[in-house]
Write a protein that binds this ligand. Sequence first.
Ligand code: NAD
Length: 466
Amino acid sequence: MDTDSHYFTIAEIEEIPARLRKTFRSGKTLPVAYRRQQLIQFGRMVQENRSAIEEALKKDMGKPRFEAGTAELVPTFTSIITALNNIEEWATPEKRKVEEWRSDWETMVYPVPKGCALIIAPWNYPFVLAFNPLAGAIAAGCPAVIKPSEHSPTVAALSAKLVRQYLDPEAYIVVNGGIPETTVLLNHRWDHIFYTGNPTVGRIVAEVAAKHLTSTTLELGGKSPVVVAEDCDVEITARRVLWGKVQNCGQLCVSPDHVYVPRSIIPAFTEALKRAHAHFYPEQVFNKSMEWGKMIHCDHHNRVMRQLEQTVGTVVLGGEVEGDTKIAPTIVTGIPLDDALMEAEIFGPILPIIPVDNVEEAINLIAEGPSPLVIYAFTNDEALQKRLIRETRSGSLVINDTYIQLLVYELPFGGFGESGNGTYFGKHSFDAFTHRRSFLHVPTSLDSTPLFQARYPPYTQQGYDA
Ligand code: NAD
């Protein structure tokens, strides 16, 4: 790579895994002092380049500055600070209590780095989804390659520049490019692969990882449903659902994809959504003052629009388009289960409302489908909340809000089944890149004890009785 370029040639990429492995084998990334120093540098990287990162996010996807701050910069910085504040404790070997008769054996669990990690990130939150996992890798003592998405090229180029400037180049490297470059990386053996993106590529990653029996964290997508119960506060529910839907123009893995609403409250819920929309956007969203983002590229825009054009539902709000990448927040009612909007993750600012007779019907529909990344339910009925815990499966279950779970780093974040496996955030990020290695030291002096003598052949009845 020449110093101004943010891209490696294929030949250079081929050499990177061996370089990282050499660094790992040297033990350089192991001392907690080194990890701390890199985390401090990493924190400086985020803080000192805040404006440049916000600008890059604006350029790639029109991301409003507020969303860039709250959803990309703050969570990245928080994960770095959390790791810095806790790394000593997380990395400390733990003495395990054992049964009395084994109490003089040394029984420890060492949290050791898995080794060299590959982090593959998508375009929708291109900064935080590349760097939040990296905080875990650094804290765990793993060198890492970060592969940003080619669809957010400004953030990808900036990421390469900043990592080279702030972090140890022998241990942390950004490799930019698309499928050919990622394929080269995936053909090498890694000790952990952390992939965030769509489930189709998730399967490719899982397959290549299986060749080397490499562990993976797969943070995938899917259709995350909302269940609205009759007892909910309709006004707050509408506001919180719409708020989740408009984040990043619906291009959010935990976006409330579609809403199951009992028929009896659909009119009230729809009107409340319209009021929330009027409050959020007093002017047309395409007006400059509204800071409304865009679909990442024309192909994605066209895919979302195709779903909207094919729906048999009624557009009760929005539906407008500007240019070839901007879609206004859109609400569609009367959606049947086999509608075009129900075929795939929408990943755009379109909210379909599916009429159900009651919440039981919604629970059954969710329970029979693939397990989503998150289920949102709006209800204060504790019995219903317990039923949702018992009868459905998903990465997370969030009651009475949307999207906010991404700020609760104390809870593990991740999918389940079709929406992925493995978790991260806070201590869970450290754990994703850490192997818990058992250490057992059995004193040789014990060989003279009756128990040890009895274990060696020839076996005797006396030994058996002991
Ligand atoms: P994307 O197209 O940027 O792809 C993700 C990464 O995979 C990129 O780095 C890309 O270069 C790489 N890639 C693409 N095709 C590949 C191939 N054939 N072989 C190897 N690597 C390949 O992003 P995307 O997948 O469109 O992202 C959106 C999806 O990600 C949605 O489904 C969304 O729900 C999901 N997502 C999940 C989370 C989560 O935390 N669970 C977060 C964000 C997005």
